[in-house]
Design a protein around this ligand. Structure first.
Ligand code: CTP
Length: 416
């Protein structure tokens, strides 16, 4: 879960509507995450929602009084922070808001929205919402309810009417059944909201990204790897996706889940990574090499475990050099002609600027991103130094998600 402020969400005014469903507990987590990310959250609950979570809980998490009834006469604050006491919360709450997000959105509430019914505060507010304020729904229901033709028909019609209907999750449901229909997790909804607000500066582009460490086998149980967690590369993949790019991610072994919407190809060794890149690079407009690729591999990996023989002798390893994936791609015809834009990373331990500049020249890439490996490997934050033909630019220490977003903006500036 994102712990740091998020530049896309800072200052955004989100009206979080909750309807009845066990997924309401995830809305509590979502509310907290939104506030932490810097958004202002105004919670509106239906009667049914209050059976699952109390308004007191949601008030504590959002830091604002919760609205549950159209007859509630307390002043309602609009998106500009004006508290208005005209007893018309159903109008005021969405004025100046950046989005109305219904999570969980029950099957019943979706059916109601579709027909424009307005017999409680939340449905009334959705009907009275200005057209320019987006309505985003996170459906949550039993798999049979989700699969029912009525719900599918309603979902389609709500989309046609301009609502953004998020995916549903798959798996175990609170009722004990297994299938499609449960609400996305709070961090997934947060990610979708960030994507919603992100300008599509790379729409129509296709990116190929390498990430994580490689693992070079010594024998079937041992190998050589490095401390890369893959977090920076995965964050870049997500930021590229949010910016409208189609993304393929070639990832070494990491503990990270494949980002939703990204085609992830898992690999182990540098050679596997090279093959996966070569198989996919012809379709790409942008290649970003964030992976920490092993420079060498054991020349002859043993087919069986190397055993101690009791003599005290240690085995001798000899190495072969791995192909430089980035340099290979950067020297291809498409890269040299400018139809493939290549970005390299440099993980250094000292003299970042000098090493990064030298590496950019050596790998012949238009943009090289330097970072200090020991100060970032495995961590959630980083600091980057961008080096291109014109000079250098620092992206100061921030979360990897935030840096990824800034890097995407820099890439878009250079290729558009
Ligand atoms: N890289 C690659 N294939 C390799 C080695 C590196 O694609 N076999 C890429 C990395 O993904 C990164 C860039 O090249 O984008 C620089 O990697 P880095 O490990 O910092 O540099 P090296 O080329 O290994 O040089 P050195 O070890 O001398 O720092």
């Amino acid at each position: 879960m994102e712990q740091l402020k998020n530049s896309i969400l800072v200052g955004k005014h989100i009206v979080l509507g909750m309807t009845g469903g066990i997924a309401a507990y995830k809305a509590a987590e979502l509310c907290r995450a939104l506030v932490k990310a810097g958004a202002a959250v105004q919670v509106v609950m239906t009667d049914a929602a209050t059976q699952f979570m109390t308004p007191v809980t949601m008030q504590a998490l959002s830091g604002r009084e919760v609205f549950t009834s159209q007859w509630d006469s307390k002043a309602a604050t609009d998106g500009s922070g004006n508290a208005i006491s005209n007893n018309m919360a159903h109008i005021n709450l969405t004025r100046g808001a950046d989005a109305v997000l219904i999570a969980p959105a029950s099957a019943d509430f979706m059916a109601k929205l579709l027909h424009g019914r307005a017999d409680d505060l939340l449905s009334l507010m959705c009907l009275a919402k200005p057209a320019e304020v987006p309505l985003i729904l996170a459906p949550a229901m039993n798999r049979e309810m989700w699969a029912h033709p009525a719900t599918q028909r309603n979902t389609l019609q709500l989309k046609t009417d301009g609502a953004f209907v998020l995916d549903v999750g798959t798996g175990d449901q609170a009722c004990g059944e297994v299938g499609d229909g449960r609400m996305l997790e709070a961090d997934e909804i947060l990610g979708d909201l960030i994507a919603h607000f992100t300008p599509k500066v790379l729409a129509g582009k296709r990116a190929l990204i390498t990430a994580g460490p490689t693992y070079e086998a010594i024998d079937p149980v041992r190998g050589i790897t490095n401390l890369s967690s893959g977090k920076m590369g995965f964050a870049i993949a997500e930021a590229m996706l949010d910016a409208g790019c189609e993304v393929t991610l070639v990832a070494g072994r990491t503990a990270l889940g494949s980002p939703r919407g990204v085609q992830t190809i898992p690999v182990i060794s540098a050679n596997d990574m090279l093959k996966a890149v070569q198989a996919n690079v012809d379709n790409a407009d942008i290649f970003i090499a964030t992976a920490a690729v092993a420079d060498w591999r054991p020349a002859n990996a043993a087919s069986q475990k190397i055993k101690k023989d009791g003599s005290g002798d240690t085995p001798t390893l000899s190495f072969a050099e791995n192909t430089d994936i980035l340099a290979t791609v950067a020297s291809s015809k498409r890269a040299l002609s400018g139809s493939l834009y290549c970005i390299g990373f440099a993980a250094e331990s000292e003299n970042l600027e000098a090493h990064a500049k030298a590496k950019r020249e050596r790998k012949n890439v238009p943009l090289l991103v330097g970072n200090i490996g020991p100060a970032t490997f495995g961590m959630d934050d980083n600091a980057l130094l961008l080096v291109d033909a014109k000079g250098t630019k620092e992206l100061p220490r921030a979360s990897k998600t935030e840096l990824a977003r800034q890097l995407v903006a820099e890439i878009a500036k250079r290729i558009n």
